[in-house]
Write a protein that binds this ligand. Sequence first.
Ligand code: CLF
Ligand code: SF4
Length: 486
Amino acid sequence: MSRTVIPLNSIARKGPPPPAKPGWSAASCGSPSGPDDIPAEVWERIKDHPCYSEDAHHYFARMHVAVAPACNIQCNYCNRKFDCANESRPGVTSDRLTPEQAAHKVMVVAAQIPQLSVLGVAGPGDALFDARRTFETFDRVAEILPGLKFCLSTNGLALPDHVDEIVSRNIDHVTVTINMVDPGIGARIYPWIFYNHRRWTGLDAARILHERQMEGLERLTAKGVLVKVNSVMIPGVNDDHLVEVNAAIRARGAFLHNLLPLISDPAHGTRFGLDGQRGPTPAELKALQDRLRGGARLMRHCRQCRADAVGMLGEDACQGFTLDKLPALVAYDPKPRALYREVVERERADRRAAAEAARSRLTQVAAPARLVAVCSKGGGRINQHFGHAREFLVYEVDVRGVRFIGHRKADNYCLGGYGDDDRMDGIVAVLQGIDTVFAAKIGSCPKRDLAEAGITVIDGYSHQYIETALADWYRGSLADSRQQRA
Ligand code: CLF
Ligand code: SF4
């Protein structure tokens, strides 16, 4: 298959960070948000990819097929009973599929979810340890369903052996998990690797893994593949060191850097979990992201999804597509997918124009930034009831614009007709540091409970575009505070 080779080293940022520009999502602060941020031909390649473009994750869905059961390394944050924690939440297990079963499942999902744009292989082990299964899956799908983007995630150990096969299959998006560039730190994360028919431990293992990761990254970016690097942030082990990792991957042309907070629970039986190694707080994660501003672009909207994830990033539909629920025959009609893309194009243009207008209304005066949370079920709009929200999108708003910071997961408050007070306590804890929440609607009881915790919920911007509403609200709050001072 022919492909245009774009020198990724020219796309990765070089030199000092660009000056902050006013806008609804400053380019220097996160994953590429629109065609203004990056060359047009690269935007064409990421605009439908919900992980590579923050903007796309409001509109498009991905699915993973769990065809890669085995792994060639051991990470201290992984328990092999569960999915690969480099791309997934620990503690979940997925159906293991043959390539044939996987291709059938892709057709079933594509027939039911017109938003589907990307097929990924992200475990449950390493996608390239037994690469034949991964590549056979992509080959089968390419034959029956052209037009899907292909994506894979790997720990990088076997990557240099498969660069040509990746490129020849037009697998345009590859994620490599790189937690260190110093083998001394690597030895604290990886107890062993299996390489060249033998097991390696300690510094030797970490050095080999590091060298293979760097070689794979360099060779992929030289071929024009868009490489995302995942790094698990482990406080006290590699958190400060991730600044060096960010610089190293940027120099090698990585397109995105995704900081995954370590999820560490003794119940998952991982080495770190059993040793009491904690994960970072949201504030620590944000502080590191802020330190990396100006380096390799950051992804901030990752949901650490399962190896059999299906659907929009914030709303996993995988339980509806387990093996036992797949119909034997599929009638696939490409028209809904094509129509959906037309609608998205119109929506995006409209949303951008509205955001630009809102930006121009922002008062250019010094004022503190506000951290706010939004309930959204997609489309870049405030369109979810507070009680249904299983996650909050967090934005930072100031006179320079509206920037997406990340998401925070919570248990939904509403349980079909009544609210759960225990859940409200958890939601208040999740919203730490946030004083305003935007929802499509909220009942009087939860609104009162939140007010008692010092959190205001605003439902007056129901179904409006997020960035536009937040910019207008912020402008209004500045005017109010000026009036109060007068
Ligand atoms: Fe899957 Fe990963 Fe491809 Fe996305 S997920 S292989 S790049 S299609 Fe996405 Fe999920 Fe985060 Fe991964 S939200 S865990 S970054
Ligand atoms: Fe587990 Fe993934 Fe690490 Fe392998 S690469 S040990 S599956 S987290």
